[in-house]
Design a protein around this ligand. Structure first.
Ligand code: FPP
Length: 249
């Protein structure tokens, strides 16, 4: 039995259910490369291998939703050659992983502002989404050109357009209405958000959706991340007392 498929046993012998939705801020590719004196592109390539391992492990652990922060709306400010390397790698991943994803029952979706990419990348995204449409074992969202504030602003703009067109009454807009206009419409909020590399911030990731997420920061650099690290994060998640604003005693 692989490390990832072992049940998580707690004192008393019960196996708590896996978190339904896990978000991951995959950080530390650059530092991993710098520590080895190799180009940053190799760090991102090793990061893509870690992503493959974690998608596999998440499926085995019974996680239903995985949202991976792969390219932020702020990442466009990186030097042009790094943006080219990263987008090239992501495009390669979309094209060549689809077969594996289908085999593993993974449905892939992209959240974020895909219109920021060229037509070739947009077509690749659509192809990958269409090819995995019927899969139900694990939902993987890849956040590309994604920023939480931009996502909320896009939802607000869509609601304003509907209101101006007389399609909705502004007085009826509530949290559920706004949530239905986010890229994550219809998806559960993340129970757990993990950030690797030791940085302790959210960096504009799932700002609306993280209201009651447990946040776990692990000091490991993303290219070194494996099933064991994911299991540690889930074990720590199970030790947390989630009250959602209510009192337990
Ligand atoms: C952070 O490392 C990582 C990224 C900006 C990109 C994440 C991309 C991948 C892991 C590639 C594969 C993804 C998929 C979905 C196949 P950093 O460059 O910010 O590292 P640093 O903070 O150490 O410089």
């Amino acid at each position: 039995m692989s490390a990832a498929s072992q049940p998580i046993l707690q004192a008393g012998g019960t196996t708590p259910p896996a978190p339904v939705h896990v978000g991951i801020i995959m950080d530390g590719n650059g530092r991993w490369a710098a520590a080895r004196g190799v180009p940053r592109a190799l760090g991102h390539k090793a990061g893509a291998e870690a992503t493959r391992r974690v998608v596999e492990a998440a499926g085995q652990m019974g996680i239903s939703w995985l949202t991976l922060f792969a390219f932020s709306s702020e990442n466009w400010r990186r030097p042009a050659d790094e943006v080219r390397d990263l987008t090239g790698l992501l495009r390669h991943y979309l094209r060549h992983e689809v077969g594996q994803l289908v085999e593993k029952g993974v449905r892939l979706r992209v959240i974020g502002d895909r219109s920021a990419f060229g037509p070739g990348m947009q077509a690749e995204i659509e192809r990958a989404e269409a090819a995995t449409l019927g899969n139900t074992r694990l939902n993987v969202n890849v956040a590309l050109s994604y920023g939480g504030r931009a996502e909320i602003a896009r939802a607000a703009a869509a609601l304003a357009r509907h209101a101006v067109a007389g399609e909705i009454d502004p007085a009826s807009i509530d949290e559920a209405t706004l949530a239905r206009h986010l890229d994550t419409a219809g998806m559960p909020d993340p129970d757990l958000i993990i950030r690797t590399s030791g940085e302790s911030r959210l960096s504009n990731f799932l700002l609306w959706q993280c209201a009651y997420s447990e946040l776990i920061f692990q000091p490991v650099l993303w290219p070194d991340y494996d099933a064991g690290h994911l299991r540690e994060a889930v074990a720590e998640f199970h030790r947390r007392d989630r009250r959602f604003g209510a009192r337990t005693g």
